[in-house]
Design a protein around this ligand. Structure first.
Ligand code: 4NP
Length: 144
């Protein structure tokens, strides 16, 4: 799960998907394409909305997406088109490129829509992001 800062959207996506997969054989993680917040806890607003639904994000710490993630993971979900492009720019070959998906295309494969960045907005932005990611992750969990 990849966003820009790895403090708002992708930590939520990681926590939500982790809560829906019950297999030890699936490794879920998140990262940011930027390094601004490396080492930090998720944003308090993400922590709060996740807690409301029984999901704990406080063990997560922000990290930057690395080219090595293409070797570790089979699927790489970008939260928006900008991060999708930033990840693709790091791809070394076609196999890497094929792993990268826009997460909301799991709900509607033609939509190419973005999970809106809630960082500068109000708290209801985090609830909105939570609901979008919950729907997308339910579909991902069913497929994996
Ligand atoms: P995220 O949100 O990409 O969902 O973690 C952001 C977090 C921090 C910043 C931008 C977006 N920032 O500019 O610091």
């Amino acid at each position: 799960m990849v966003c820009l800062g790895n403090i708002c959207r992708s930590p939520l996506a990681e926590g939500i998907l982790q809560s829906k997969v019950h297999s030890d054989s699936i490794q879920v993680d998140s990262a940011g394409t930027a390094a601004y917040h490396v080492g930090e806890l998720p944003d308090q607003r993400s922590i709060a909305v996740a807690k409301k639904y029984g999901i704990d994000l406080t063990k997560q710490r922000a990290r930057k997406f690395s080219v090595k993630d293409f070797d570790t993971f089979d699927l790489i979900y970008a939260m928006d088109a900008s991060n999708y492009q930033n990840i693709l720019d790091l791809a070394r070959n076609n196999e890497d490129e094929q792993k990268v998906k826009l997460i909301l295309n799991e709900i509607d494969s033609e939509s190419n829509s973005d999970v809106p960045d809630p960082y500068y907005g109000e708290n209801d932005g985090f609830e909105n992001v939570y609901q979008m990611l919950d729907t997308a992750c339910a579909i991902i969990a069913l497929k994996n």
